[in-house]
Design a protein around this ligand. Structure first.
Ligand code: TLP
Length: 348
């Protein structure tokens, strides 16, 4: 049987033989005691590469977001963020339930918000109003279509954040996709924000892990919240070794994923009734609307799976396909053939 092509997410990658060897060789210790040499090496390296004082390894992007949110806010505070942000949309209500904060939602263009929108949303001191304690952006923006946050727009938001003394956090789950696509070094994005996180478990190909970076004082608070949420891990150098391996081997190659995503989007756009929502595709995510093909996304999901291709709906009308290091250019050609076959069927 031919191998399934899995375009559901870049989280589905499996550790390569080289990464498994690095995991095998990892030196470990109890990280709750701060004694894991590989975790310490990873945290020092990431802090240095982002130009921040400190960083903290956490089990997931969701925990990174929740911990960052907790470390910046108190119950009843308000956070300004875009409507489709992962923090608001995909974290099982954690923003309200875990951090107890209130979102002030902005409509972005493909997830990108403007400095003016942010400035107009800041609350002034009044007993009726919740205090605005945090500005939150996502780069690349997942639901926006893998959109790269333009540096000049980020700089403009940074000056609002500084003028009003409101911290700015970046959910950079796919930070390196942005860096590679826009040719912007990670420290350049990092310089514009007080704190940020990125994931090793997406395009970078590690099995588990995310990291948060910021000032030493912020990371001390984050450390306490990581413990509170149960994210203190023990001999976790085996995962930090995978993360270090990912930083050494899997960043530049993200350009291939972007090329594959563009190729897929170009071919999808030629199919009758299919509309690429995030055209032009900027990084590794392709969103496409199938409402005019006569098929809904759940039908498409099961028809594709029968033909060896996994893709996920994000609504009844829109699908998402994600390229990553376990998908080759040839796999993309096969995926295109599957879509061509399905959409050419009579009556569709
Ligand atoms: N995104 C996942 C799903 O949760 C939707 C995906 O398949 O894209 N921030 C951003 C921008 C993300 O896209 C994700 C994961 C996270 C945070 C959370 O990371 P994990 O899955 O490690 O908790």
């Amino acid at each position: 049987m031919t191998r399934m092509i899995d375009l559901r997410s870049d989280t589905v990658t499996k550790p390569s033989p080289g990464m498994r060897q690095a995991i095998f060789n990892a030196e470990v210790g109890d990280d709750v005691h701060g004694e894991d040499p590989t975790v310490n090496r990873l945290q020092e390296r990431v802090a240095a590469m982002l130009g921040k004082e400190a960083s903290l390894f956490v089990p997931s992007g969701t925990m990174a977001n929740q911990v960052a949110l907790l470390a910046h806010t108190r119950h009843g505070d308000e956070v300004i963020l875009e409507r489709g942000s992962h923090l608001f949309y995909y974290e099982a209500g954690g923003l309200a339930a875990v951090a107890g904060v209130q979102p002030f939602l902005l409509d972005g263009r493909r997830g990108i918000i403007e400095a003016e929108q942010v400035e107009q949303s800041i609350r002034f001191a009044d007993v009726h109003l919740p205090p605005t304690r945090l500005i939150w952006i996502e780069n690349t923006h997942n639901r926006g279509g893998g959109t790269v946050f333009p540096l000049e727009k980020l700089r403009a938001i940074r000056s609002v954040s500084l003028n009003y003394s409101i911290p700015l956090h970046m959910d950079g789950a796919r930070l390196f996709n942005a860096c590679v696509a826009a040719d912007v070094p990670p420290e350049e994005y990092s310089r514009q924000v007080d704190s940020l996180n990125f994931c090793f478990s997406k395009g970078l190909g590690a099995p588990v892990g995310s990291i948060i970076a910021g000032s030493a004082e912020f990371i001390t608070r984050a450390h306490r919240y990581r413990k509170m949420l149960g994210g203190g891990m023990r001999q976790v150098g085996i995962l930090a070794a995978a993360a270090l391996y990912a930083l050494d081997h899997n960043i530049e190659r993200l350009a291939e994923d972007h090329k594959n995503a563009k190729r897929l989007a170009g071919a999808l756009a030629e199919l009758d009734g299919v509309k690429v929502v995030n055209d032009p595709v900027e990084t590794n995510l392709v969103y496409f609307d199938v409402s005019r093909t006569g098929m809904n996304t759940l039908e498409l999901k099961s028809e594709s799976a029968e033909r060896g291709l996994l893709v996920d709906p994000i609504s009844f009308t829109t699908m998402r396909a994600v390229t990553h290091l376990d998908v080759s250019a040839d796999d993309i050609e096969r995926a295109i053939e599957v879509f061509r076959t399905i959409f050419k069927r009579p009556g569709k």
